[in-house]
Design a protein around this ligand. Structure first.
Ligand SMILES: Nc1nc2c(ncn2[C@@H]2O[C@H](COP(=O)(O)OP(=O)(O)OP(=O)(O)O)[C@@H](O)[C@H]2O)c(=O)[nH]1
Length: 303
């Protein structure tokens, strides 16, 4: 049977309802991810299956709030996330209409989507407006940008969300799934745990190994005794980096493991046994950027 898999970016002004919509489509754990982990590297917000399609939602952190200098590079990264995606959904608020912020996004959309990906408009919070207003708004926004499809939804109440999901499932390209189906439910937790370890590594080693580390959660086992065993791999780019991460007699990695374990345990509310392994993956930076940035690990022949 033909399988499909692809990346979907939800974009929109702050407060448009992106998290609420994601939670509806993916499941409640996603909100935990987004509120706990604020990084530019963790780009995956959640994954869901719809029929034979695997839909991977990618993050677009802070696209429209470039306040500080640091934020400007994040804005770039955010549009990068969107333009790398296979499908884009612009979420706007029904009762606020075509705001200046939305206009700004519409102006940039054509330039930022050189690949001509399908872009859908989702008018959210339809529970707050009358039907006439909605139709007029849909027309107005479509006149500004030729959306492939327009959805009227209420992320909070769930109206229209199933239709949007079905449409996305049909729009993502044919291809292998990125994640085994049985890992999807755990994925946000695996990512949080990996991100927590990466944060400790960066705190301790940031001067020596900037951006040269990735962490992946390999195994996750909730034991009947109420504890959780988590195995993670810290990938470094070069053999010489391994020693830096391990430290003298393994002291550095031990200290990192202890503090990561404490954070993960607190977060999960259960005792965690964390096992860290350091491995060299010299080519990870040469992998297509979108995959390595997203923490995806491809086996031969998958890409
Ligand atoms: N009435 C109504 N409120 C909604 C709907 N969807 C989301 N909201 C509310 O809108 C507010 C913002 O929703 P979020 O999902 O946090 O928005 P966001 O786009 O993720 O916001 P940022 O994280 O700031 O980018 C919350 O108070 C939601 O409860 C909807 O369909 N109807």
């Amino acid at each position: 049977m033909t399988t499909r898999a692809g990346f979907v970016a939800l974009i929109g002004e702050p407060n448009a309802g992106k998290s609420t919509l994601l939670n509806r489509m993916v499941g409640a754990k996603v909100s935990i991810v987004t509120h706990k982990v604020q990084t530019t590297r963790t780009r995956i917000r959640g994954v869901c299956m719809e029929g034979q399609s695997q839909i991977v939602f990618v993050d677009t952190p802070g696209i429209f709030r470039p306040r500080r200098r640091l934020d400007r590079s994040m804005v770039k990264a955010a549009w990068g996330g969107a333009s790398d995606a296979d499908v884009i959904v612009l979420l706007i608020e029904a009762h606020r209409g075509l705001t200046e912020g939305v206009k700004l996004i519409l102006d940039r959309l054509a330039d930022e989507m050189p690949k001509g990906q399908p872009v859908a408009l989702a008018i959210n919070k339809i529970d707050r407006v009358k039907a006439e207003t909605l139709l007029a708004l849909a027309e107005e926004v479509n006149a500004a940008y030729p959306f492939k499809k327009t959805f009227m939804i209420s992320a909070e109440k769930g109206y229209g969300v199933a239709d949007l999901r079905e449409w996305l499932a049909g729009e993502v390209p044919e291809g292998h799934w990125f994640y085994p189906e049985d890992q999807i439910a755990d994925l946000p937790m695996r990512m949080i745990a990996a991100e927590m370890t990466r944060e400790k590594l960066t705190l301790r080693l940031h001067e020596e190994l900037p951006y040269q580390l990735t962490v992946e959660t390999e195994k996750w086992e909730d034991k009947p005794d109420g504890t959780t065993r988590i195995d993670q791999i810290v990938y470094v780019a070069r053999d010489g980096h391994k020693g830096i991460v391990l430290g003298n007699k393994g002291e550095t990695i031990k200290a990192i493991g202890q503090s990561a374990r404490a954070d993960i345990s607190e977060f999960l509310g259960r005792t965690v046994h964390l096992f860290l392994q350091v491995k060299v993956r010299p080519n990870w930076q040469d992998e297509p950027e979108r995959y390595s940035e997203m923490g995806l690990d491809f086996k031969d022949g998958d890409a």
